[in-house]
Ligand binder design. Structure first.
Ligand SMILES: Cc1cc2nc3c(=O)[nH]c(=O)nc-3n(C[C@H](O)[C@H](O)[C@H](O)COP(=O)(O)OP(=O)(O)OC[C@H]3O[C@@H](n4cnc5c(N)ncnc54)[C@H](O)[C@@H]3O)c2cc1C
Length: 417
């Protein structure tokens, strides 16, 4: 390994998930010399294992007023959509209280409006970058189907109206329309809501890698190393790596669920929670292919056709980021998924990741309050594969002294730090 001690750049981006790759790419496109650092290949962690949905409609975080209705059920700890560790909840009472406090009517519209802006900018960028990165075949403009087994017409119509309020289109479908749209699935759903402006990809990790190659092709540098520490250094920053060091005017912390620990030595205590989730791949039945991700709303899982096979992703497990994996949620939902889609044997091992979540469900996007040249870009909960793109664009704009493409004020790190 080379010892690049003291190597200098305008911008060093820490973390090559969707957020970091997007920030590095956008910074490079502004003409800034940029180094992107990760201990793994780009797009190998949370940005690899997600459901691959580029979601137009995920403007409502998990903690909206409807959470209160579901809470008694969630407290039983039997719903595969949400499992929680009581010990973790006690140790993280501040996060839990903040998360619940945000589930109020007054806190819903401002957050949805903020996410609407971030998502719209992100989708525009993805549709551009996926072509420029040479992987247009990976995106499917087939929407995302949310479906209910019960006669939940009222729920589907309520969601449709809520989305329409923000100019987001969707279609309510009955049983026949669902079968016509997705003939490969079994007729278990009574009602569906098709998010028509949503896209999906067949390999989120490969898309991040393609964006990273685009960055490298544009003159950016990718450095594979463990990041040890980040500290102020005169007018800039000193980043210690496992195999050397870097100096930069600007450092972007885009370490997803690992971001928090790097900020603690700088005096920032980030209230970051971990909404863990799992996936497992299965051999597809090629005679009954799927065209889009499907969310079984009442059973708490998603099934998405991926390059690797049928990917089943679970709901939320609230616990410590590095606590041992539990098979409970996958065990609960895989048999239910077999009632929706025909698929064969499992392929590979189950995967686990952590959705990094602030109590208000909005990511931190912007300057660290007490350090010049330190930029925070993490906490994208369930939608970071989508919103990483707009986040990167906004961070690069702010570094360059330009206006971000959406209102970043609601995402300001100073609301917590
Ligand atoms: C089950 C599941 C389903 C999801 N589905 C969707 C979806 O359909 N659509 C959507 O938009 N979002 C989805 N998400 C959310 C999305 O995956 C995340 O919000 C997003 O990937 C976070 O990206 P990131 O770049 O912040 O983090 P990451 O992708 O985790 O990147 C952080 C990087 O930091 C690196 N790193 C950490 N520590 C160090 C260190 N010390 N040294 C060097 N490198 C380090 C890691 O290797 C990693 O590459 C889902 C998440 C889960 C768990």
């Amino acid at each position: 390994m080379s010892d690049n001690a003291g190597r200098q750049a305008d911008v060093v981006v820490l973390g090559a998930g969707m957020v970091g790759v997007a920030a590095a790419n956008a910074a490079r496109q502004r003409g800034l010399s940029t180094i992107l650092v990760d201990r793994r290949e780009p797009g190998s962690e949370t940005s690899y294992g997600n459901a691959g949905i580029l979601s137009s409609g995920s403007i409502f975080p998990l903690n909206t007023p409807s959470l209160w209705r579901k809470l008694p059920h969630y407290l039983t700890n039997r719903d595969p959509a949400l499992r929680w560790n009581p010990g973790w909840a006690l140790r993280n009472a501040r996060w839990v209280a903040g998360f619940l406090a945000n589930a109020s009517p007054a806190r819903t519209r401002p957050r949805a409006t903020a996410l609407r802006g971030l998502i719209a900018a992100s989708l525009e960028l993805h549709r551009d970058w996926i072509v420029n990165a040479g992987v247009p075949q990976r995106i499917r403009e087939t929407g995302w189907l949310k479906a209910w087994r019960s006669d939940a017409v009222a729920a589907a119509k309520a969601e449709q109206a809520a989305l329409a309020d923000y100019g987001i289109k969707s279609e309510v479908l009955d049983r026949q329309a669902i079968s016509a749209l997705e003939p490969g699935i079994l007729p278990v759903f009574s009602v569906g809501l098709l998010h028509t402006e949503t896209a999906s990809v067949d390999s989120p990790g490969a898309v991040v890698k393609a964006y990273a190659q685009m960055f490298a092709g544009g003159g950016g540098e990718i450095r594979r190393a463990d990041i040890i520490s980040v500290a102020p250094d005169g007018e800039g920053w000193h980043v210690v790596l496992s195999d050397g060091a870097l100096r930069a005017r600007h450092v972007v912390v885009a370490l997803g669920p690992w971001s928090k620990e790097f900020l603690q030595p700088l005096g920032y205590r980030v209230p970051l929670g971990f909404e863990r989730g799992y996936h497992q791949h299965f051999l597809p039945n090629v005679a009954r292919p799927l065209s889009r991700p499907i969310h079984d709303c009442e059973s708490g899982f998603l099934v998405t056709p991926m390059e690797q096979g049928i990917r089943i992703t679970t709901g939320v497990e609230l616990t410590d980021r590095d606590a041992p994996s539990s098979s409970a949620q996958l065990n609960a939902v895989v048999p239910l998924a077999r009632g929706v889609v025909e698929f064969g044997e499992a392929v590979g091992e189950p995967w686990r990741g952590s959705r990094p979540t602030l109590p208000d469900g909005l990511p931190l996007i912007g300057p660290a309050p007490r350090h010049r040249g330190l930029w925070l870009a993490f906490g994208h909960q369930h939608i970071g594969f989508t919103t990483g793109a707009g986040t990167g664009l906004a961070i690069a704009a702010m570094i360059g002294g330009a206006a971000p493409p959406f209102d970043v004020a609601p995402f300001s790190p100073s609301r917590y730090l």
